[in-house]
Design a protein around this ligand. Structure first.
Ligand code: ISE
Length: 333
């Protein structure tokens, strides 16, 4: 049994604790921590595990063999660095950090171990729809990919949400999945503001459009809506030379009534990728036990942060910004 400590007892933290406890073979959650002590105490009582006062104390605890970080975005980098310093395997939810400099510190800390200890929570790579799209693109049967049209539409965001987070917290999923699907790297990017939706009343831009250009000249557009008033709606179409591949909508039973065919649209993002999360953590536990991580790496987390940073800096300038990374270390080749 891999003994795991989870830092962050909010929505996704509780979801991962349930998943690791009830579903994932070989996993045992033994500890939790949260900035809000009551949240950790509640989870600890529910699962009969130890609540630590701080994330740092949880990381240092001898019984914790591996760490899962699901706390607020700005706290990720610090906990990842502490876990690496302790030489412990760590799974960190996206985004890996708030800026490229912190990601570079994380990469340096991991390189000092000479092996991968960190996986980043880009769960879409484990979604059956995206995986099949990648298989078809990689087979070459449709020729070279040319463009991606994508959209990320969400019903609402928590208090404190800001315009930049539409990219660094929300579209970060597309920043990862598009380069994964294409097997390509980014050259430049730009964020555009369009006519604003009356559904957005909290002062942040909504919608926004993310535009990207890759090294091989592919073009990507991503519509980002964080208050769409109807559901959680993720779309992705890759246009290749000889055909297109499209992300399927999730399974839903069609109802026929009142001369209408209808089916429900999910509203909670945790449900949309529930199977992907299950597979992701199952494979992570297996990889930790085998001592060889294969899922999204510190490098992938870094590239997404560099792209997000360039995109956020482009806002309001009307210009594309270069997306420039350091040289890719051997460990991540
Ligand atoms: C949320 O923060 C997430 O992490 C989800 O994965 C994302 O799809 C969603 O739109 C965000 O609000």
């Amino acid at each position: 049994m891999l003994k795991i400590g989870v830092i962050g007892c909010g929505a996704i933290g509780r979801d991962h604790i349930r998943r690791l406890t009830d579903l994932v073979p070989g996993a045992q959650v033994v500890a939790c921590a949260d900035y809000f002590k009551e949240a950790a105490d509640k989870v600890a009582a529910q699962y009969g595990i130890t609540a630590y006062e701080t994330g740092e104390a949880l990381i240092a605890a001898p019984e914790v063999e591996a760490v899962v970080i699901t706390s607020s975005d700005p706290s990720h980098a610090g906990y990842v660095l502490a876990s690496l310093e302790a030489g412990k395997y760590v799974f960190c939810e996206k985004p890996l950090a708030q800026n490229a400099a912190d990601c570079e510190k994380i990469i340096a800390a991991e390189l000092a171990h000479g092996k991968r200890l960190l996986q980043v929570g880009f769960m879409r790579r484990y979604d059956r729809g995206y995986a099949e799209m990648k298989r078809i693109i990689d087979s070459g049967e449709l020729g070279a990919p040319l463009m991606i049209h994508a959209c990320h539409r969400n019903v609402s965001q928590p208090d404190g949400f800001q315009t930049e987070m539409g990219v660094s917290n929300v579209a970060i999923h597309e920043l990862d999945i598009c380069r994964w699907l294409l097997g390509d790297e980014y050259e430049a990017g730009q964020v555009l503001k369009v006519r604003q939706s009356a559904c957005s009343t909290k002062g942040y831009d909504n919608p926004q459009i993310v535009l990207l250009e890759t090294k091989t000249g592919c073009r990507i557009d991503v519509e980002v809506q964080v208050a769409d008033a109807y559901g959680y709606d993720i779309q992705c179409q890759v246009v290749c030379e000889k055909g297109t591949v499209n992300l399927p909508d999730p399974y839903a039973v069609v109802k026929r009534a009142n001369a209408t065919r209808s089916f429900p649209i999910l509203t909670d993002w945790k449900d949309r990728f529930i199977e992907a999360y299950d597979i992701e953590l199952t494979q992570w536990v297996q990889a930790v036990e085998a001592g060889k991580l294969t899922g999204p790496s510190a490098w992938d987390g870094y590239v997404a942060c560099v792209a997000a940073d360039a995109l956020n800096r482009s806002r309001g300038t009307g210009m594309f910004r270069k997306i420039e990374t350091i040289e890719k270390p051997e460990l991540y080749q």
